[in-house]
Design a protein around this ligand. Structure first.
Ligand code: SF4
Length: 308
């Protein structure tokens, strides 16, 4: 049986550390996040570029739009139920964008360099508004009282592997049944992202099972771009197998980390890789292996990671 680590609201934790009893910052233990685990499974070299070399990636407008839409949906549920309507959600868009731009200055350039920055920003905001409209076509938030939104959860498996991730939303029925909800805002074809999305949802289901002792009744993926949702019911046997998969992934990461042997694994997903120029499969040469990094950063996921 796994040890329980628990969960904290996203605003209470930080990606880089926790406060101890005396209020001092201490680094977090290395952990496996769904994005990084999925990177390693997809392509060990991609994992190395992101988690070890930490090569910068150019943020895209689609990613920034996903982050803003997630922020709006989180805020929507802080409003009284009667106010959770499309106009109120759209009114939250611009403030959410301003806040994101202020905290992530690299995103300001997404529009500043455009020929007609104002018009492009307006069109981008209305495309975000359309995603919100699609959301309202999938469910009525006035009828829901989520237990939590943007929840940072952690669980330590019996093997010592620490899992860490952010859950978009958790709904808990009066009967105690748990539903995990994840909003997808990306434009990549759904069939490409679906396996990754299910991997991520099983990861959350496992963390909740190990921390609360209850297997979530439903994992719900809401694809806002194409107004579709997909529901999936995990079972204990499957989560047990998934747990073994994650433990094997973590051991493989540690092995590769010691030797520096992170191999490329080319696939259709290379079309979405920012690091082709360094990839031997595309004629590139990786930078010199910097060695295993400060482990406190290994499980870090950024907000942009979470908006496929
Ligand atoms: S281009 Fe493809 S094979 Fe190369 S690092 Fe990126 S995902 Fe891996």
């Amino acid at each position: 049986m796994a040890d329980v680590v628990g969960e904290v609201r996203s605003s209470a934790g930080s990606a880089n550390g926790d406060a101890d009893d005396a209020g001092r910052r201490r680094p977090r233990r290395p952990a496996l996040s769904p994005s990084r685990a999925s990177d390693f499974k997809q392509c060990p070299l991609l994992y190395r570029f992101r988690a070890v070399d930490r090569l910068p990636e150019k943020p895209t407008r689609a990613q920034a739009r996903g982050t803003v839409v997630h922020a709006v949906l989180e805020r929507l549920f802080t409003l009284p139920a009667v106010r959770r309507v499309p106009d109120e959600a759209r009114a939250l868009l611009e403030p959410a964008w301003r806040e994101l731009r202020d905290t992530r200055p690299e995103l300001a350039g997404l529009f500043d360099d455009a020929a007609d920055a104002e018009a492009e920003l307006a069109e981008w905001l209305s495309s975000a508004g359309r995603l919100l409209d699609h959301y309202f076509g999938l469910e009525d938030p006035r009828r829901l009282e989520p237990e939590a939104c943007e929840l940072l959860v952690e669980a330590e498996l019996a093997s010592g592997v620490l899992l860490r991730g952010y859950i978009d939303r958790i709904d808990v029925a009066p009967t105690g049944e748990i539903r995990v909800v994840d909003y997808k805002t990306g434009t990549a074809p759904r069939e490409i992202g679906e396996a990754k999305a299910l991997f991520q949802m099983k990861f959350y289901a496992l963390v909740l099972w190990r921390t609360r002792g209850v297997v979530p009744r439903q994992l719900r993926l809401m694809y806002l771009a194409d107004r579709q949702s997909l529901a999936y019911a995990p079972d204990e046997g499957e989560l047990r197998r998934f747990e073994r998969t994650l433990e094997a992934v973590w051991q493989a990461i540690l092995r590769a980390g010691r030797t520096g042997d992170f191999r490329p694994n080319p696939s259709r997903l290379c079309d979405w890789c920012d690091h082709k120029a360094f990839c031997p499969s595309f004629g590139g040469t990786p930078p010199e292996y910097p060695g295993w990094p400060d482990p406190s950063g290994l499980g870090v996921e950024t907000a942009l990671d979470r908006v496929d």
